[in-house]
Ligand binder design. Structure first.
Ligand SMILES: *Cc1c(COP(=O)(O)O)cnc(C)c1O
Length: 403
């Protein structure tokens, strides 16, 4: 098996993200297949008892023991996403939540302190609020958009700083470099959930992020087929901290799902750029519409952190939030009148998806908590897919008539 080098043959020229997305991490079997092989096997045969013994003493990234520890297809996906993200290594997990949980649990112990943005995806909030605290970890939540609040909360015993680069669903943008600088002043590790910015729109490592986690269920699959997650970081962190926790607690990604994700990476840049362009066109067309309180999209100049978003991201992302006048009833009339956009709760999919967070993904929260996070009863999250821009605008405009 032969790895594809990360730089062009014979030169030190760094390859573009698109080239890495297509070639990085490829390991070919003795058959020289073009498309990456799916090694749908949980175990591996040893040529002798001595070889088995030797492999258990020391197995590297080229020798495998058991799929909970590693698998060639999973390794290809890990190497490819690491090459795209610009980290030394990556560990693939069964879901995005296994990645968030694995990164946090492997770094923390009782008595440690964590500072986190409070605007989080529901399950991320559950890990920080309910699980970590049960094991004696102290968690301080801050308004992620307020640098003074981060500064006041981060202290000498802070071990981990956690946030979503763009929050779900209120689309708050975090000043990544400034928060990393504050965390690093106390040697805290920055763990960032980067689902909304995708591996394509920003250079997280250059801004100082130590550990980048993804739910690969979203844009990396991009077609709503499989669950998956990944933790990207230094080789030291991934292999010595995250891997021992994950391989013994069973959070591994299946080889089948890894193959789907690996192939998803080949065209993720084309997909998310098209989705982001359409999202901007929709947001611009909807802004000021009489049926809307507000259109939130980091790519629109009216977004409260537009300048920051455009400074750290190439595009505004693929998700927008519409606050529909008239609360839940109006939002439901809108959702039910959509003909192309489907009602579901995934995002980053080829199919455009509308979600009513207050009654679905964020139902668990109290009215107070929701209000605090900007999740009004009229809020609809719109994940923009790959359909024709004009068709989507016509569908959404038509549904707003029904409101
Ligand atoms: C979906 C999502 C997750 C969880 O991912 P799963 O693959 O569903 O486990 C975590 N964080 C964010 C921001 C998400 O959107």
């Amino acid at each position: 098996m032969k790895d594809t080098p990360q730089t062009a043959a014979g030169s030190k020229r760094a390859l573009s993200k698109r080239t890495r997305a297509v070639h990085a991490g490829t390991r070919r079997s003795q058959y020289g297949e073009v498309s990456e092989a799916m090694f749908l096997t949980q175990g591996f045969v040893y040529p002798s008892a001595e070889a088995a013994e030797a492999r258990f003493i020391k197995s590297g990234r080229e020798e495998f023991i058991y799929a909970r520890y590693g698998n060639p297809t999973v390794a290809m996906f890990e190497d490819r996403i690491a090459a795209m993200e610009g980290t030394e290594d990556a560990f693939a997990t069964a879901s995005g939540m296994a990645a968030v949980n694995g990164a946090m649990m492997s770094l923390l112990k009782a008595g440690d302190h964590v500072v986190s943005a409070k605007a989080l995806f529901g399950s991320c909030l559950y890990i920080l609020e309910e699980i970590l605290t049960r094991f004696g970890v102290e968690v301080t939540f801050v308004d992620g958009t307020d640098l003074a609040a981060w500064q006041a909360a981060i202290r000498p015993d802070t071990k981990v700083v956690f946030f979503e680069s763009i929050s779900n669903p209120a689309l708050e943008v975090i000043d990544i470099k400034s928060v990393c600088d504050l965390a690093h002043a106390y040697d805290a590790t920055v763990v960032m959930d980067n689902v909304f910015a995708t591996p394509c729109f920003q250079d997280s490592v250059a801004m100082g992020v130590d550990v980048v986690v993804y739910s690969t269920t979203k844009h990396i699959d991009g077609q709503g087929r499989c669950l998956g997650g990944v933790i990207c970081g230094t080789q030291e962190f991934v292999r010595k901290t995250a891997e021992p926790y994950l391989k013994h607690t069973g959070g591994a990604m299946s080889p089948f799902n890894a193959w789907v994700m690996l192939k998803g990476l080949e065209h993720i840049d084309l997909r998310v750029n098209a989705q982001a362009d359409t999202a901007l066109a929709i947001a611009s067309a909807l802004e000021g519409h009489a049926a809307l309180e507000n259109v939130l999209f980091p790519g629109l100049p009216s977004h409260p952190q537009h300048a920051l978003a455009m400074h750290q991201m190439e595009k505004g992302g693929t998700v927008l939030a519409l606050d529909i006048k008239g609360g839940k009833e109006a939002a439901f009339r809108f959702l039910n009148a959509l003909e192309i956009v489907i009602i579901s709760n995934n995002l980053g999919d080829a199919k455009s998806i509308a979600t009513h967070p207050a009654t679905t993904t964020h139902q668990r929260l109290s009215v107070d908590q929701r209000t605090h996070l900007g999740i009004t009863d009229g809020l609809v999250r719109l994940s923009v897919g790959l359909e024709g821009t004009e068709d989507l605008i016509a569908d959404i405009m038509g549904a707003l008539e029904a409101v």
